[in-house]
Ligand binder design. Structure first.
Ligand SMILES: Cc1cc2nc3c(=O)[nH]c(=O)nc-3n(C[C@H](O)[C@H](O)[C@H](O)COP(=O)(O)OP(=O)(O)OC[C@H]3O[C@@H](n4cnc5c(N)ncnc54)[C@H](O)[C@@H]3O)c2cc1C
Length: 384
């Protein structure tokens, strides 16, 4: 059993871990480099699948999360002209598993987790730069010359983790070949149902929408594009409309309803699975350990699962190092699976020739009737 954990980074992975550890009686300090909370918990949506909400329920924040999110009861895939490809009965699976799939604003999820932590746990404006460890503990150092010591250091500092760079050497994220535009809009229920997610597949492009808390509609477009591309100043909405001209309703209406300043643009990157996640009293967690493309909506869900597992393994270990290695052993295979499957889905999403697109539509129709739906249920059941 450990008495104190230091967590570098203050995202969803860090806060879930902090909560799980505090519930086991561990003292925790979470160190976030950003100075303002609004910058940590940016205003875009997340789909948290059954496996993620199951962990949040077990951590005692299920009701608070339900109050600020929107349950997704059905998920459809259509092609860009609106032809139906598959429908998932998400509500049925929620009933079988005992946990829902939800759409939630990232900031709202962050706020619920933060509220559940002991006051003073979360510190803004602390940039971690590296660590030193010895037989009795580990000290994380800061850009301003300060430091913090604990029994373990958990690096939840994201895809470009500096702690991972010290541990494994530089690892540049790889560009997935597509860029995302994301937006939040007020769209009437008549145009887009409230308990439903829909992903449209087009040539080299996809468009997903669902509701988050407060009835707002979140959308995400994934488009094959050169890395580092930019829109003309003030031209994101125009670019999106151009990309999705003629797409099945309500795609154009959703984009039209989105204010220009509520749209962001972001190149999609991931990492190949790492064989090593830690050494001694240091380990990686969340995107620092297993950054994945967003195609399966599992990046944050896997970070949430990590939090529960690391607390459980540290709680039963005879010493901190053994606890961290057990956590890594438990998590490596499952997260690598999502990293590689997510990447494969993204490769299919880039297909743009008419022949490839027709083949993909046929594959999706056939596969989702049985095999993929069964795989999905297994993926949801086999979390911690
Ligand atoms: C377009 C898109 C859509 C997505 N959709 C979904 C979805 O629907 N469902 C889902 O489950 N996942 C989704 N994800 C993935 C999800 O966003 C990430 O997997 C998740 O946020 C990872 O959380 P984290 O806490 O590990 O890392 P992060 O959220 O990246 O947090 C890391 C934190 O560490 C801080 N930090 C960095 N360096 C330092 C330092 N040196 N010192 C101190 N602090 C530092 C950062 O400021 C940041 O706040 C999506 C991702 C993208 C890009």
């Amino acid at each position: 059993m450990i008495t104190k954990a230091v967590i570098a980074g203050g995202g969803i992975g860090a806060l879930t871990t902090a909560l799980a550890l505090q519930q086991d009686g561990v003292e925790v300090t979470v160190l976030e480099r950003r100075r303002h909370l609004a910058d940590v918990a940016g205003g875009v949506g997340l789909m948290v699948w059954h496996n993620g909400t199951s962990v949040l329920q077990r951590l005692g924040v299920g009701a608070e999360i339900a109050a600020v999110s929107a349950e997704i009861r059905a998920f459809e895939f259509r092609n860009w002209r609106g032809a139906h490809l598959m429908r998932w009965d998400v509500a049925g699976l929620a009933e079988r598993l005992g946990s829902p799939t939800i759409g939630i604003n990232r900031g709202d999820l962050h706020a619920v987790l933060l509220d559940a932590l002991k006051p003073g746990t979360f510190q803004l404006g602390v940039e971690c730069t590296g660590y030193k460890q010895d037989a009795d503990g580990v000290t994380v150092t800061f850009a301003d010359g300060g430091s913090e010591r604990g029994d373990v250091l958990i690096a939840a500092d994201g895809i470009n983790s500096v702690i991972r760079t010290q541990l494994l050497g530089p690892r540049k994220p790889r560009y997935a070949g597509y860029t995302t535009w994301r937006g939040l809009a007020d769209v009437p229920e008549a145009d887009a149902p409230t308990d439903y997610a829909c992903k449209f597949w087009g040539p080299g492009k996809r468009f997903l929408y669902y509701r988050v808390g407060g009835g707002q509609l979140y959308w995400l477009a994934l488009t094959r594009a050169a890395e580092g591309g930019q829109d003309a100043p003030g031209g994101r909405r125009a670019a999106m409309l151009e990309h999705h001209r003629g797409w099945h309703a309500p795609v154009e209406a959703i984009i039209e309803a989105t204010p220009e300043d509520a749209i962001d643009r972001h190149d999609i990157t991931d990492h190949k699975p790492f064989k090593t996640w830690g050494s001694g009293r240091v380990t990686l967690l969340g995107d620092a350990a297993h950054a994945m493309t967003p195609n399966m909506g599992q990046g944050a869900c896997q970070a949430i699962e990590d939090g529960l597992v690391i607390a459980a393994e540290l709680g039963k270990a005879r010493d901190p190092e053994q606890g961290l290695r057990s956590y890594e052993d438990e998590r490596r295979k499952r997260t690598a699976y999502f990293q590689s499957h997510s990447r494969q889905v993204g490769v299919m999403g880039r297909w743009k020739s008419p022949l490839a697109v027709r083949a993909r539509d046929a594959m999706v129709r056939a596969a989702f009737k049985g095999r993929v739906s069964r795989m999905h249920e297994t993926e949801m059941r086999t979390g911690p």
